[in-house]
Ligand binder design. Structure first.
Ligand code: CDT
Length: 301
């Protein structure tokens, strides 16, 4: 067996007034607990350093640039990298990326135990809308503040396994998992910020929304025989609720653990990467069983 002990590090709410230093110190506290519990790899949510700012409409979109990082690590995130290197723990977290060319992405990075950035992913599936929409109970302006990711869905040889990343809404799309599955992925890490209420529906319940979250993650795990580590930013941010549901799904699609609260907290599991072999060599042996001659429509429209 090849064990990668992972700690899903859920963050509770981050309000607009919470500065990066306070968030980084919360992340370091979770990292230290993760290390004490034997974790090799700590996984934080989407946009881990800030409030979920796409809920706020800025007429001048440049005003949203305060939520973006222009360097990684930068002065405020360097302590997180330093502590990870001291503790010899790998990490993944999401952040808003502003490139030197002025491009904006919803990004996620893999940082190895030496503190080196080993991989970067930029969110491909951006939900929501680009203009203020009065018909919605709340705004979800990811299409205003980010452009779609331009790096595809790579996987990396990382901490003894093949690891890939996705971000939030990506988890609802089977293509996300399959592209990584085709590269032999053994663990997908994904962070999310999902509103507790559907901005378009007053009948969809929290239970419905958690069901769709689990359904998506479990199906992706099973159909590609991979571990999936799904980590929430949760709780009520400046009056806006995000659900929890941080969970780890195994390569058979079963949930091995799930958090039941919306605060900062850890879910630790020793994931056997060799447990992905069975599915990959049998029912989901892609080379033996896929029929790509019938799949053309998926990429042509
Ligand atoms: N952050 C993110 O992608 N959230 C979406 C909410 C979609 S509602 C416009 C999600 O799929 O969870």
């Amino acid at each position: 067996s090849r064990i990668l002990t992972v700690a899903a590090a859920q963050l509770g709410p981050i309000h607009q007034a919470d500065d990066r230093a306070s968030v980084v110190s919360r992340m370091i506290a979770l990292m230290e607990q993760a290390k004490m519990r034997g974790a090799d790899f700590v996984v934080y949510p989407e946009l881990a350093l800030t409030t979920f700012f796409p809920r706020w409409h800025y007429e001048d979109r440049a005003q949203a640039d305060r939520w973006f990082e222009t360097a990684m690590p930068g002065p405020q995130t360097q302590p997180l990298f330093d502590r990870a290197r001291e503790l010899q723990i790998a990490m993944n977290f999401g952040y808003a990326e502003l490139t030197p060319e002025g491009r904006h992405f919803n990004s996620s990075i893999l940082v190895d135990k030496t503190g080196r950035i080993a991989g970067k992913y930029r969110k491909v599936h951006l939900p929501g809308h680009a203009e203020y929409d009065p018909s919605r109970a709340h705004q979800h302006l990811e299409k205003r503040y980010f452009e779609p990711g331009d790096l595809g869905f790579p996987v990396w040889a990382f901490e003894g396994g093949l690891v890939g990343m996705a971000i939030c809404n990506d988890r609802r799309w089977p293509e996300t998992y399959r592209i990584m599955g085709l590269q032999g992925v053994e663990m997908i890490v994904l962070g999310y910020n999902t509103p507790t209420a559907n901005g378009h529906s007053s009948t969809e319940t929290l239970a419905d929304r958690l069901f769709h979250h689990r359904l998506s993650v479990q199906a992706g795990a099973y159909q590609n025989s991979t571990w999936v580590v799904a980590v929430a930013k949760a709780g009520v941010e400046d009056g806006h609720a995000l659900f929890g549901g941080t969970l780890i799904a195994g390569p058979d699609g079963k949930i091995v653990g799930e958090l039941d609260h919306e605060e900062d907290g850890l879910l630790v599991h020793a994931c056997d990467l060799d447990a992905t072999r069975f599915g990959k060599e049998t029912i989901f042996n892609f080379a033996a069983h896929r029929r790509v001659e019938h799949y053309g429509l998926i990429t042509s429209r």
